[in-house]
Ligand binder design. Structure first.
Ligand SMILES: *Cc1c(COP(=O)(O)O)cnc(C)c1O
Length: 499
């Protein structure tokens, strides 16, 4: 399988090369040149497979410049029952008769980014070998919370790599902060930046584009890379769990082979739901993909009107991992639905960059609406949803998943479509416990308590055990104490690398 850029000026790239580069040189995103199809027989067979075997069967088509034993190695190092605390890796939980929840948060950081970031480092290390890269890779990440910790966990002690994560000193939760400053591993650096996420993000961008720094890195045998969600190596492992959910429903005799189902995805950067779209293109029987946003509802408006407009106020919500105004992976969808019209895609992306807004033609809008339905949930409705699902079923949703459930309710009311549905659950309720406890036990239950104290409150209320990585987190030793001004980030990188 070869890859090309959505902007049209880069093609014939192997998967290892695409994973190593992350972004194409013309600014576009790498997409596979051909579609891979799975027939009913193959999907049926998956129902008898383990998660690891399902993963291998998807990956071997897309990453065919890796040998089967290399891929197997990646899969077996990433998806272990120890790291995910369950053999199923991505288990289904039955919520209502025709609604399942796909739990993607059993990994080491209790959120769904682990599904991709546990395996990406292994793809990357092998990609370096395959492409004859001699330099050691230094991953730089600016994070608003979840990605940083998932990347630290994924790259920790992976040979031939170092990882430096910058997080804003203001704007990560207590749990997220402790997760990052207690990170173990011989190749990891986690540094607070005075300011907010934008300060950290701009700092990382400055370092990436500084030519003197690149030269210095090169002289010392290092090379920067990023682990962000536009990397094909992060997208492809996400296709797996859509097939896996379907295969589990077949196995449980909830559906017949060929029966279409709906997926509901809490969306930010459009990576997760795009993986669902790829699964559908590959032959997975899907009726609708329901795109759920919070108050930062750029995508809701786009899917409903065809106008993408980021010129609006950025809102901080209770589902912070979806607080995003530019959904980068949407570019891949546009490329696919316009039959690879890279000129048109480049035009739209330039408009987005220069004016903050673009609008697609009627035909493109229709094609998108044929597959996608979009809605959003504000904070009040999100909390109400957590409360009502808990009182009806005893199941506890995190805030991101609650956005999806609320939007799904709105979908059913608006369309009367009761096709069986899978709600994609992206975080453990323990990770965003303050909002969750508030929703199910009221304001008094959280008053005066730290997020760490609330872990046990939530455990009592829900009857769930606290995920191992979060338990005792407040008692772990702080290993990373550095804090710097945005302009001093480069000095911290040089100190860490001793260059
Ligand atoms: C990253 C994230 C999302 C959004 O996923 P995208 O692939 O960016 O659309 C949703 N929920 C949680 C908990 C996340 O960490």
């Amino acid at each position: 399988m070869l890859y090309r850029s959505t902007r049209g000026n880069c093609s014939n790239v192997s998967s290892a090369e695409a994973i190593k580069r992350g972004l194409a040189a013309d600014g576009g995103l790498f997409v596979p040149e051909k579609a891979i199809r799975f027939d009913k027989e193959q999907i049926l067979k998956m129902s008898e497979m383990t998660y690891q075997e399902r993963a291998l069967s998807i990956l071997e088509g897309y990453l065919d410049d890796y040998t089967l034993s290399e891929l197997s190695d990646c899969v077996n190092q990433a998806y272990t029952a120890e790291k995910f605390e369950t053999d199923a890796i991505a288990p289904l939980h039955k919520l209502y008769d025709s609604v399942n929840v796909l739990e993607l948060w059993h990994g080491p950081t209790s959120a769904f980014k682990d599904m991709a970031l546990q395996i990406l480092p292994h793809f990357l290390v092998k990609a370096l070998k395959k492409t004859g890269e001699k330099e050691e890779i230094v991953i730089l990440v600016a994070t608003s919370g979840d990605t940083g910790k998932a990347a630290l966990e994924g790259f920790k002690d992976v040979d031939g790599t170092k990882i430096i994560v910058f997080f804003p000193s203001e704007g990560v939760s207590q749990v997220q902060r402790m997760q990052m400053v207690t990170q173990e591993g011989s190749n990891v650096y986690s540094i607070a930046v005075k300011g907010n996420f934008d300060d950290a993000q701009n700092g990382v961008k400055r370092i990436f584009s500084d030519e003197d720094v690149s030269a210095l890195m090169h002289d010392n045998g290092y090379k920067f890379s990023s682990a962000n969600s536009i990397n094909w190596g992060r997208l492809v492992p996400q296709i797996v769990y859509y097939f896996s959910a379907y295969a589990d429903m077949l196995k449980n005799k909830e559906i017949e082979i060929g029966e279409k189902i709906n997926f509901v995805v809490p969306t930010g950067n459009f990576g997760n739901i795009l993986a669902a779209y790829y699964a559908m293109q590959m032959g997975l029987p899907v009726n609708k993909l329901i795109c759920a946003s919070n108050d930062n509802n750029v995508l809701t408006d786009f899917i409903n009107t065809g106008v993408y407009d980021r010129n609006r106020e950025f809102k901080k919500t209770l589902s912070p991992s979806m607080d995003i105004l530019i959904s980068s992976n949407l570019e891949r969808l546009l490329y696919l639905v316009t039959d690879s019209d890279s000129e048109m895609v480049s035009n739209w992306m330039n408009k987005l960059k220069n004016e903050g807004v673009y609008s697609v033609d009627q035909d493109t809008k229709k094609k998108i609406q044929n597959v996608f339905w979009a809605g959003y949930s504000n904070d009040t409705d999100t909390l109400k949803t957590i409360e009502s699902v808990y009182s009806e079923t005893g199941y506890v949703l995190d805030t991101h998943t609650a956005v999806a459930v609320d939007v799904y309710d709105k979908y059913v009311i608006s369309t009367s479509d009761v096709t069986k549905a899978v709600i994609v659950s992206t975080a453990s309720p323990f990770k965003f416990n303050e909002s969750v406890v508030k929703a199910i036990a009221g304001e008094e239950a959280v008053a005066g308590k730290t997020e760490f104290e609330l872990l046990s409150v939530l455990s009592e209320k829900s009857g769930l055990t606290i995920p191992a990585p979060l338990k005792e987190l407040d008692k772990k030793s702080v290993l990373h104490k550095e804090i710097c001004e945005p302009l001093a980030m480069i000095d911290k990188v040089r100190e860490a690398l001793k260059i």
